[in-house]
Design a protein around this ligand. Structure first.
Ligand code: NDP
Length: 460
């Protein structure tokens, strides 16, 4: 076992035997889907103490049911590129669990997208959404379309084709997508436009992460990054530490990363490095965020451009080297499995105090073990990056009311939600005998909310 070192009691041994049995069926039913297996392993291991204390979850077969998506849609996305050539991509939507609300989860456009990545993200999303305490089920979607180096026209045509199939599966009370890697406000705008055109109705609540120009929530763009830093603040507070004065390394330079850097800097931390999928920059004076925003958000160029503006900074090709930079706090905000065991050991050797996941599953199971074994504060993505989907749920609430909230109001609610997620996760960890272990705490707290609702809804 990875997360749970060994079963402590006879009850835990029974529960461990049970989760291993269910896990084996997951492997058999989903061959070759390594990311999905990894996400399932982490969650299953964490649930052993819960099943040991409350065996009725095992008797009700909740785990067997919850690990199987309610449905998964896979579809062809044909489109014509600027040279007049037909291109074909594959579209996905996994509608994982609708027990506590409409399916909710982002859409990712990246060449690596496949069924395994969709399922890992969708499975995680169920429990993350439950942790927010808001009425949202779990889902995820995407395509292996690569938006890099595509023209505006190509991106729009691809999205219009993508939505021409997806529109029939979504709706404000059915399934509410948002952004993820490769999908920001521009892409959401094209998706919403095509959805509205086909449906012939203005249903603002069908997407979140919209531009505030047509009822997107203020503060949604910032929510995941800000939320992760609020979560980090709570974790540090728990050990009598502050963010002010800490040295921070943030991977990525996309939506989550930029706003994690912004909030960390606003709270007095010094951010010295960030990256993209080609390499990373190190600026010992502290990253100039205005330059990053211009390069990545406005010009949509590569991070290495930074050194042209700030020649004292250093650019290095390759992503994983960023974890060799000594720091107090590491915020992985790019993609899955970006911190492996070797990078984790390096971070620990260089004195890292906290690792807080802005991205989904950025640490391998072995890396998580390294942090837990060395008593490093470790904030799992399911809890730490839940601020994005929480503000998405607030966007849905505003769309239903047809009334917008101010940025300050949304940000205040976000802070409360992040504190509550932290408290809930810590309390669950304590209650089930693993004090301070936020992986076990977050997984149990999220799972329990969904499982209890599943039980009262009958065998669904
Ligand atoms: P963006 O597309 O805005 O940014 C992603 C960043 O990560 C980019 O800098 C990108 O570099 C880099 N990146 C992407 N893939 C890789 C890779 N294979 N190796 C190294 N770097 C890579 O995405 P987001 O910021 O929205 O998402 C980042 C992470 O946060 C993802 O794990 C996502 O699932 C998670 N997340 C996002 C939420 C949101 O609200 N957006 C909510 C919760 C979690 P490049 O520019 O070169 O592609």
């Amino acid at each position: 076992m990875a997360i749970l070192k060994e079963a402590k009691t006879m009850e835990e041994k029974v529960a461990e035997h049970y989760v291993n049995k269910v896990y084996r069926t997951v492997i058999e039913r989903n061959p070759g889907e390594s990311e999905f297996h990894q996400a399932a392993r982490e969650i299953f291991d964490s649930l052993v103490p819960l099943f040991a204390k409350y065996p009725h979850y095992m008797e009700q077969g909740i785990l067997e049911r919850v690990v199987e998506p309610e449905r998964m849609i896979i579809f062809r996305v044909p489109w014509v590129d600027d040279k007049g050539k037909v291109q074909v991509n594959r579209g996905f939507r996994v509608q994982y669990n609708s027990t506590i609300g409409p399916y909710k989860g982002g859409i990712r456009f990246h060449p690596s997208v496949n069924a395994s990545i969709m399922k890992f993200l969708g499975f995680e999303q169920i429990f993350k959404n439950a942790l927010t305490g808001l009425p949202i089920g779990g889902g995820k979607g995407g395509s292996d379309f690569d938006p890099k180096d595509k023209s505006e026209g190509e991106i729009m045509r691809f999205i219009q084709s993508f939505m021409t199939e997806l529109y029939r599966h979504i709706g404000p009370d059915i399934d509410v997508p948002a952004g993820d890697i490769g999908v920001g406000a521009r892409e959401i705008g094209y998706m919403f436009g095509q959805y509205k055109r086909i449906r012939g109705a203005f249903e603002a609540g069908v997407f979140t992460g919209k531009s505030p120009a047509y009822w997107g929530s203020l503060g949604r763009t910032e929510a995941t990054g800000y939320g992760a830093v609020y979560f980090a603040q709570e974790m540090l507070k728990g050990r009598g530490m502050k963010l002010r004065g800490q040295t921070v390394v943030v991977s990525g330079s996309g939506n989550v990363s930029i706003y994690a850097m912004e909030k960390a800097q606003a709270l007095g931390a010094k951010v010295v490095a960030c990256s993209d999928s080609n390499g990373y920059i190190y600026d010992e004076k502290g990253i100039n965020l205005a330059t990053i925003k211009r390069i990545k958000e406005v010009e949509r160029k590569r991070i290495k451009e930074y050194v042209n503006v700030h020649p004292h900074a250093k650019y290095t090709e390759g992503c994983s080297g960023i974890w060799s930079i000594p720091c107090d706090i590491a915020l992985p905000c790019a993609t899955q499995n970006e911190i492996d065991e070797a990078s984790a050991k390096l971070l620990v050797k260089n004195g890292v105090k906290a690792v807080v996941e802005g991205a989904n599953m950025p640490c391998t199971l072995e890396a998580i073990d390294v942090f837990l074994d060395n008593d490093i504060l470790y904030g799992p993505g399911k809890a730490a990056n839940a601020g994005g989907v929480a503000v998405s749920a607030l966007e849905m609430a505003q769309n239903s009311m047809r009334l917008p909230w101010t940025f300050e109001e949304v940000d205040r609610k976000l802070q409360e939600i992040m504190k509550k997620i932290y408290r809930q996760s810590m309390n669950a960890a304590e209650e089930f005998g693993y004090p301070g272990n936020l992986v076990i705490g977050a997984n149990i707290a999220g799972f329990k909310r969904v499982a209890d609702a599943m039980i009262v809804q009958g065998v669904i």
